[in-house]
Design a binder for this molecule. Structure first.
Ligand SMILES: C[S@@+](CC[C@H](N)C(=O)[O-])C[C@H]1O[C@@H](n2cnc3c(N)ncnc32)[C@H](O)[C@@H]1O
Length: 474
């Protein structure tokens, strides 16, 4: 009988990618998760942790390669916390995403293989992100080569990059990331050097001192506009340093249409600030999906894979099956993208959202596109949905409801209210198949699951989105 003590080395066959993205093998029936391995590989591994029902192991050597293996395209693969599936052929990434959706939903009545369609690929598999958040740090993560060289490293007290895999508090200098537009990499490298030489220190999450905190770069895929958002602490001379940097960026990078500066003096490591000002340009960029224009400011929420989101919104519209006479409710509507996609095919759309600024953006987006039949309501859905008669003026009860909750899914009060409101059709959008399964099981009391369509909005990661069409029974 095999034992699984920490440090023990074993040869294993990798069977599958489990939900969450970990490679799974079984030794004498006991599950061993292997970090960084792929299905079809035979691998030598070392046990790193033993739990009651499974063990975790590190990959030491691939003894037999799988035909699905692809050479990683990124120089930071393994160190960076993102894109951990990039060594797996893209078709196989899609295959596993669909399997994970099916595994989460198959216990529900009416969900069989044929109900879950193939995962819709992302229109772009690199360069797909429109927003990247880079962190400044006063401690730079050294590469294994730098450590091996044993030379004195002079710039180890300043970093601007992404988080090291598995360490929320460690930052490595990104040289090149393949997820945003390539032009943004030059801006990143330039900002890093400029800030390092500015004399102002990077923020330290240990002593909460320092100035430079985050650089967020956003772009419009269809407009080519770019926004840089610098988030700093508050030190004497800080604002004028940011102004000088902004002017240098404006002269050097014509694609950069605007720079915004926010000050965050709180200890929370978040790339937002209560006090913001625009250094140059309009303070926002625009993006186009189909014939709709969206305004994206430094703090606005917008889907990070806009071309993938466009395909997903088209499916929402297809599943909603509108004829022009329906009242539609868009729950968890954010800045109203789904509401805008549906508005021209509906009598009226009511959006519900907790964040007041998102609703302001939603109204602005309606005005920008000449759409007049949408109303939005700010509030926690569990409190506002029950007051059906209190729906935004004149909109009445919904014929169709679209719901797109955060990862935690819908509050039980929201699903209960939906069962009471009983719209003819519900289109459920989800970024988390396990909370989706829970919510669907509640809705099944009055609804049939007709179609499930998974979407890949985050290539090279285990994340998967879903759109589900539910029809009322009877
Ligand atoms: C996954 S996003 C959906 C955004 C939008 N449908 C889109 O495609 O751009 C979820 C939204 O739900 C909002 N939200 C989270 N919890 C909420 C709650 N309890 N009540 C209302 N809105 C909530 C978030 O602010 C966020 O805008």
């Amino acid at each position: 009988m095999t034992t699984f003590k920490k440090g023990r080395e074993l040869d294993v066959e990798i069977e599958k990618l489990a939900y969450g993205g970990q490679a799974l093998s079984r030794v004498d029936g006991f599950v061993v998760f292997v970090d960084g391995a792929l299905p079809g590989q035979r691998a030598r591994v070392r046990i790193s942790r033993k739990k009651r029902n499974h063990a975790e192991a590190q990959l030491l050597e691939v003894l037999r390669q799988t035909p699905d293996y692809r050479e990683p395209f990124c120089e930071h693969f393994g160190v960076c916390g993102g894109c951990r599936w990039q060594d797996l052929a893209y078709e196989r990434q899609l295959y596993w995403k669909r399997r994970h959706v099916l595994e989460c939903l198959q216990h529900l009545e009416g969900v069989a293989e044929e109900v879950v369609s193939d995962a819709v690929p992302s229109p772009q598999v690199t360069g797909y992100r429109n927003k990247m958040e880079y962190t400044f740090s006063d401690q730079r993560w050294l590469s294994p080569e730098e450590i091996a060289a044993q030379e004195v490293v002079y710039d180890r007290c300043f970093a601007l990059g992404l988080h090291v895999r598995g360490f929320f508090d460690r930052v490595f200098n990104v040289n090149r990331c393949h997820l945003p537009v390539p032009e943004s990499m030059e801006i990143l490298r330039f900002v890093r050097e400029w800030c390092r030489e500015s004399g102002l220190p990077a923020y330290s999450i240990r002593n909460h001192r320092g100035f430079w905190r985050f650089l967020v770069l956003r772009d419009g895929k269809r407009t080519g506009q770019m926004l840089a958002h610098l988030i700093t602490g508050d030190l004497p001379g800080g604002a004028s340093a940011v102004d000088a940097l902004a002017e240098t960026l404006r002269a050097r990078f014509p694609a950069l249409s605007t720079v915004v500066h926010s000050v965050n003096t709180s200890r929370a490591q978040v790339a937002v600030g209560p006090v913001s000002r625009t250094c140059f340009g309009p303070g926002f960029i625009e993006e186009r999906l189909e014939d709709l224009t969206f305004r994206i400011s430094a703090h606005s929420f917008f889907q990070t894979n806009p071309l993938g989101a466009e395909a997903l919104y088209r499916t929402v519209r297809e599943f909603a099956g509108l004829t022009g006479v329906e009242t539609v409710w868009d729950l968890y509507c954010g800045t109203g993208s789904i509401a805008l996609f549906l508005a021209r095919r509906a009598r009226a759309v009511a959006g519900f959202e907790a964040v007041a600024e998102a609703v302001e953006d939603a109204y602005r987006n309606c005005a920008l596109n000449g759409i007049e039949n949408c109303r939005f309501r700010v509030g926690d859905l569990k409190d506002v949905i029950g007051q059906a008669s209190d729906a935004p003026a004149g909109l009445g009860r919904p014929d169709v409801v679209v719901t797109d909750p955060p990862r935690a899914g819908m509050h039980p009060k929201v699903t209960a209210a939906l069962l009471q409101l009983a719209p003819r059709r519900i289109v459920a959008v989800s970024c988390n198949p396990s909370t989706l399964a829970r919510d669907l099981s509640l809705l099944q009391e009055r609804y049939r699951i007709m179609e499930v369509r998974p979407f890949d909005l985050f290539p090279h990661t285990p994340h998967v989105e879903c759109v589900v069409r539910l029809e009322r029974k009877g």
